[in-house]
Design a binder for this molecule. Sequence first.
Ligand code: NAP
Ligand code: GDD
Length: 356
Amino acid sequence: MQNIALITGINGQDGSYLAEFLLERGYEVHGLLRRHSTVNTSRIDHIIKSDYHKIKFFLHFGDVTDSSNMMRLIAEIRPTEVYNLAAQSHVGISFEVPEYTADATGVSTLKLLEAIRVNGGNCRYYQASTSELFGGLPETAPQSETTPFFPKSPYGVAKLYSYWITVNYRESYNMYACNGILFNHESPRRGENFVTRKITLAIAGIIAGTQEKLSLGNMNAKRDWGFAGDYVAAMWLMLRQSKPDDYVIATNETHTVREFVEAAFAELSIEIRWQGTGVNEKGYDAETGKLLVDVNPEFYRPAEVEYLWGDSTKAEKELGWKRNVDFKGLVKMMVDADLQTVAGMTAEDYKRGRTD
Ligand code: NAP
Ligand code: GDD
């Protein structure tokens, strides 16, 4: 039987990696795309230009907040697997647009599950749940499937609804529905206003001479950062089990934002010397004394998730999942990619120039 996947959020970071992953495994892949006033398919343009397009890869205009749209697409596509990745996924911005976030990140999950149920309910369903559900209380770390939830943002609360409605449809209607509780995962395709990509883009801009310095918010926050390419494999594995369940996916390692900054500059052999604390904290190039990093309270959030550190033992044991890229490998991948695009050079080119 032909495997047919529907991916919402196909042009997002994860959607693009998942589409590649499934196409390589012979799937017919359908993606939901919102209409924008400008084209925003840069992450999937290579697929659109490939032989897969309109043979094995199909895009459909739609919006997960539109239930009639979801009903029709499920009826027409008849997917065997649905990966619900669409969301207003920025935690900080969810404080600016809380109601929209509740719709797009929360209630839309019900609309999709209901469209699947009404159309027979026999496809497998993946819900993009998140470590934001835990709220990052230090006393709960490391966080696993049994850690209590305490979301700290409109995004986290919306995802809490999505988590439980997925469990509810599994239990009420015997649907094969899973929550992947994924900790932060990044890549060169990460949105520019998430902290890792903001850091690597800023470093590339500083080297290229187009940006003066990097301004950040809370650098004490700790995150368990993995590589998005590794995490989409876990989504697929969750839909391959004899019965549906929920799984934490993480690297089991945690780092502060400050450590990410240090590691990213270190890829260019730039050591950061820190001075001051709180809003007065500044990071200087230890060799030249140039100011490279400062704090702008504009990037603080009304409530902060301070400490995320995942325990993915269950997924490793039951799904056989493991990550391939470690923290250093992830930082290097992102620095290299942005340096090449923004400054047109490699880290080696830069380091050679600095010592010449
Ligand atoms: P992303 O890059 O922000 O992508 C989000 C996708 O959702 C985009 O394709 C976006 O399309 C789409 N979307 C947003 N609102 C929509 C709507 N109303 N209707 C249809 N599509 C809509 O996010 P990501 O990093 O790939 O994450 C994928 C999912 O995993 C999200 O649900 C996120 O909350 C969750 N998650 C992410 C992480 C992580 O660290 N990356 C961790 C845990 C969970 P547009 O381009 O049109 O906006
Ligand atoms: N975005 C951003 N920008 N974050 C900053 C900045 C800044 O200038 N300065 C410090 N931070 C801190 C944030 O306050 C947060 O503690 C941490 O860096 C990570 O922020 P993000 O990269 O925006 O990610 P996130 O952890 O809030 O959310 C991401 O991961 C979740 C999983 O834990 C998103 O991908 C969510 O969709 C996902 O669910």
